[in-house]
Design a binder for this molecule. Structure first.
Ligand code: GLN
Length: 186
């Protein structure tokens, strides 16, 4: 069985833990470098990317997270997707740069703080002050779109969603990450 680490510095990490437990996988909270050693894949949850970034820097996790991502799958949701992106628009901000995508923070505007949308295959997507993926590299696979923009993408080892699959009962997105992690271990 694979063990998924959930970066638990800030944001809705507990909902991800519950989502993986529902899938029958092991999930543990990660707050320090040592805890990265015992997980096969990592989730960076939704929250506030600026705050999460500060905490990552404070805990000296920037390089360890990049190193982890060079050999194991990382899945970012919403703020986590912002942290994974190579380029962030809407305010100069550092990122891990593990995925060849450009995201624009809070791109749906102030009016659309949050919404629930129906995606392809009936996938329910909860958007909360979500970013928009403005560019994807050639090697990036788009797994779902909303209003003409990619909202669930994969780039090699890594996966990002601008919505919050951990807030619905549909386990397909978490299961897709588990499949990726299992494949990567073989
Ligand atoms: N608006 C947040 C940010 O820019 C992301 C929101 C979320 O993760 N739900 O970091």
């Amino acid at each position: 069985m694979v063990t998924i680490g959930i970066l638990a510095l800030q944001g809705d990490f507990e909902a991800h833990v519950r989502a993986f437990l529902r899938c029958g996988a092991a999930a543990v909270e990660v707050r320090a470098v040592d805890e990265l050693k015992s997980v096969d894949g990592l989730v960076i949850p939704g929250g506030e990317s600026t705050t999460m970034l500060k905490l990552i820097q404070l805990e000296n996790l920037m390089e360890p997270l990049r190193e982890f991502g060079s050999r194991a799958p990382v899945f970012g949701t919403c703020a986590g997707a912002i942290l994974l992106a190579r380029e962030v628009l809407g305010g100069q901000q550092d990122s891990l740069g593990l995925m060849d995508i450009t995201v624009e923070r809070n791109a749906y505007g102030r009016q659309l703080q949050s919404c629930v949308a129906q995606l392809e295959d009936g996938l329910e997507a909860v958007f909360i002050r979500a970013p928009i993926i403005r560019r994807v590299g050639n090697a990036v696979r788009v797994r779902a779109t909303y209003a003409g923009s990619p909202v669930w993408v994969e780039d090699g080892l890594h996966m990002a969603a601008t919505f919050h699959p951990e807030l619905t009962d549909d386990s397909r997105v978490h299961q897709a990450f588990l499949d990726k992690v299992a494949q990567c271990r073989h």
